[in-house]
Design a protein. Structure first.
Length: 317
């Protein structure tokens, strides 16, 4: 009974989180996103039985803790009282738009992998949203890759800047392959970062990409999720212009260019960051550039904890 009660509480965790974004979850999504953080006994962490999962979902539905809703011809579940906003269609449009521009990453040198993140990866994007990208570059070529990507997307008119936001690429998170574990960016209690990392949607992967950061991330996620594996895609075949430009910029000239661009970009970014009231969403160093002027993670954490605690108290698990 204790194990069943623990699993029931653990299922509530993702439902409470995604309910903040007005999203209901299908059974497969609940299975992938269920936490074991609240498990009473660690010996049950390794495996999540689908039979137990379905039984617990049925129990929660029968009790009235969660409600069922038909979506895309299938049943999805949400906490009772949560207003479900069907944002899937708009998220799909933005994701399709991102795929239309995948060729860019096959051209720009030193980009190793690209992921769609935030509300689109949560399938909860609102009208007017941009396309948030998480970009991984070759070690010690972050600033060269960022400069060239910013330049090309600006010329094409698809980069977010100023008031030009909707359907544009937001280049606000870069990391190179020599960066410390991505989990170092998590706050002490950070349910948002757990699901941000788990829900990354791969858009592009270079053949020679170093995947150690993925292994490190999955190892970290295993502390919280039954299924910590990140989404993956097959490597892409790059264009000849990328291969040639990487060869040209891999030597001394490339090192000099990287140093100059790093000096200019870090100086400019730190000057702007100095005026921010909240610095938790901003990371500026030689391996990571993360620009989020307003970091809502603490706000979302408190909101999630409040909803979760209320449900547990009301149902007396």
């Amino acid at each position: 009974m204790q194990q069943s009660s623990d699993l029931t509480k653990n299922i509530i965790a993702p439902l409470a989180f995604f309910g903040i974004f007005g999203k209901a979850l299908q059974v497969e999504e609940i299975e992938m996103l269920t936490c074991h953080t609240f498990s009473h006994s660690p010996k049950h962490i390794a495996k999540l039985s689908q039979h137990d999962l379905l039984r617990s979902i049925h129990q929660l539905h029968t009790q009235g803790t969660i409600k069922a809703k038909g979506m895309k011809g299938r049943v999805a579940y949400a906490l009772a009282g949560v207003t479900i906003e069907n944002r899937s269609a708009h998220s799909a449009v933005l994701l399709q738009k991102a795929h239309q521009w995948r060729w860019i990453f096959k051209v720009i040198p030193f980009i190793r992998s690209v992921y769609v993140c935030n509300t689109i990866s949560f399938d909860a994007a609102k009208p007017g949203s941009d396309i948030d990208l998480f970009i991984v570059t070759k070690a010690h070529r972050l600033f060269t890759a960022r400069f060239l990507l910013t330049l090309l997307t600006h010329i094409l008119g698809i980069r977010r800047h100023g008031k030009k936001v909707e359907c544009r690429l937001c280049l606000s998170f870069f990391m190179d392959e020599a960066a410390p574990p991505l989990s170092n960016l998590a706050l002490r209690e950070d349910i948002y970062f757990i699901y941000w990392l788990k829900c990354l949607i791969p858009l592009y992967m270079q053949t020679q990409a170093d995947t150690r950061w993925i292994d490190e991330s999955e190892n970290w996620l295993s502390q919280f999720l039954y299924h910590p594996t990140l989404n993956k895609i097959a490597p892409d075949k790059d264009r000849w212009v990328k291969k040639i430009s990487e060869w040209i910029l891999s030597g001394i000239a490339g090192n000099m260019l990287e140093f100059i661009l790093k000096t200019i970009q870090l100086h400019r970014a730190r000057k702007k960051a100095a005026h921010l009231k909240d610095h938790t969403g901003t990371v500026l160093n030689e391996h990571i550039l993360k620009f989020h002027d307003v970091d809502r993670r603490n706000e979302i954490q408190k909101q999630w904890e409040k909803v979760y605690a209320q449900i547990i108290k009301q149902r007396a698990f």
